[in-house]
Design a protein around this ligand. Structure first.
Ligand code: GLA
Length: 390
């Protein structure tokens, strides 16, 4: 299915209506935070690498109002309403999804904020389980809401790190910093280059309106806590140890070859992915800065091959979606395509000319569905604004 994006104001209105119908009150606060798509730099945010994501025009929105109690009552459009006792220090509890929220509350409690009770309703236009960081969007939207409730504004990096801790400690996913940084720091017309060694973001202009990004969710679902992600993370740690270096940032391909005898083939290929992907991302940033778009396309394609063959996080559906984009080619307006996010299913990212974007997306949609029998979800986006109160 090809789908247009709804605007932030439409989503905010939807959240307000939900709050009114679930709790019979009018909101005093509405927060939103976007999902993200990564253009290049995959599976290297936990390896001190560079990543180049952007916030997408798909958001989690939360409308809320204090309720003069010590309880947070929170509804969503998908799950039963939950109640969280704010007088208690938060720990992991059922239902599973509530832990994203409990983890954020805990972050505020650790910072010694006293949260007032409140009613809240959550809505979302970020596809779930599609590798587009719906959980980071939820964490960042909720953290932004809590900032509003206690009338404070945390430094953006602190808020993103608090959200990452919630994901680690409450959701059990040992993710890097990319998703929460992208959702928190996103800016219109800007890609976010994150130096994951120093945790510093730098904006890279993406202001040319003739370029757009197609996100294609294969609708093959993955679960990052199922072990594939943490295994990859562990393998990169093993690879680094065998090179004898402290940080992947200091490792060259020569170092990897020098350690190859000590590595089994799998660790060698994981290591090769990390070193070459860090280099590709740095090159892609230079290519963006000099408007060398054909080079970006070939970097995206090498990135996909490396993720497929060396890092082994792609799957048939992702490979097919990428092939469908690349076969349309430059003549049809496609500059490059690759899988994006954690992998094992999820989405691809295609860089293309805006004028052709919708036609390309519709063609990818139809061909994917014809070949797999699975209905995918495709939409076009440009870099969007990060978490904020509306
Ligand atoms: C997931 C993680 C990120 C990052 C990507 C792969 O989205 O949450 O931190 O590691 O996978 O690039």
């Amino acid at each position: 299915m090809f789908e247009s994006n709804i605007t932030v104001s439409e989503l905010a209105l939807k959240a307000k209506k939900e709050l009114a119908s679930n709790f019979g009150v009018e909101s005093t606060l509405v927060s939103v935070a976007p999902g993200r798509v990564n253009l290049i730099g995959e599976h290297i945010d936990y390896c001190d690498g560079f990543v180049l994501p952007l916030a997408i025009e798909r958001y989690v929105g939360i409308a809320a109002r204090p309720n003069d109690s010590q309880t947070a009552r929170i509804s969503t459009t998908r799950e039963d309403t939950i109640e969280i006792d704010l007088s208690k220090v938060q720990e992991i509890a059922d239902p599973k999804w509530s832990n994203y929220l409990r983890g954020i509350i805990r972050g505020f409690q650790d910072l010694k904020y006293k949260l007032p009770g409140f009613d809240a309703s959550i809505v979302s236009s970020v596809p779930l389980g599609a590798g587009l960081s719906s959980s980071a969007a939820l964490e960042c939207a909720f953290a932004t809401l809590l900032e509003g409730l206690v009338d404070t504004v945390l430094p953006i990096a602190d808020k993103a790190l608090l959200a990452q801790r919630a994901e680690h400690d409450f959701a059990g996913v040992p993710c890097g910093i990319m998703d929460q940084f992208a959702s928190a720091f996103g800016m219109k017309n800007q890609l976010i280059l994150i130096d994951c060694h120093s945790s510093e973001p730098e904006m890279v202009p993406f202001s040319d309106p003739s370029l757009s990004i197609i996100v294609a969710n294969t609708n093959v679902s993955h679960d990052l806590s199922d072990g594939g992600y943490s295994t990859r993370r562990k393998e990169t740690e093993d690879g680094l140890a065998l090179t004898g270096k402290e940080s992947w940032r200091d490792v060259t391909m020569e170092d990897v070859y020098a350690a190859q005898e000590k590595m089994d083939d799998r660790i060698f290929r994981r290591s090769r992915h990390v070193v070459t992907e860090i280099a590709r991302t740095a090159q892609a940033v230079e290519a963006f800065k000099s408007y060398d778009f054909s080079n970006i396309g070939s970097l995206m394609e090498s990135s996909h091959r490396s993720l497929r063959d060396d890092f082994e996080v792609s799957c048939d559906e992702l490979d097919l979606m990428v092939a469908l984009a690349t076969e349309i080619g430059l003549e049809g307006g496609v500059l490059g395509a690759r899988m994006t996010g954690g992998g094992f299913g999820g989405s691809t990212v295609t860089l293309c000319h805006s004028i052709n974007a919708e036609a390309i997306a519709r063609q990818m949609n139809d061909r994917y569905q014809a070949q797999t029998g699975i209905e995918p979800l495709l939409f076009v986006t440009r870099p969007a604004q990060g978490a904020h109160l509306v």
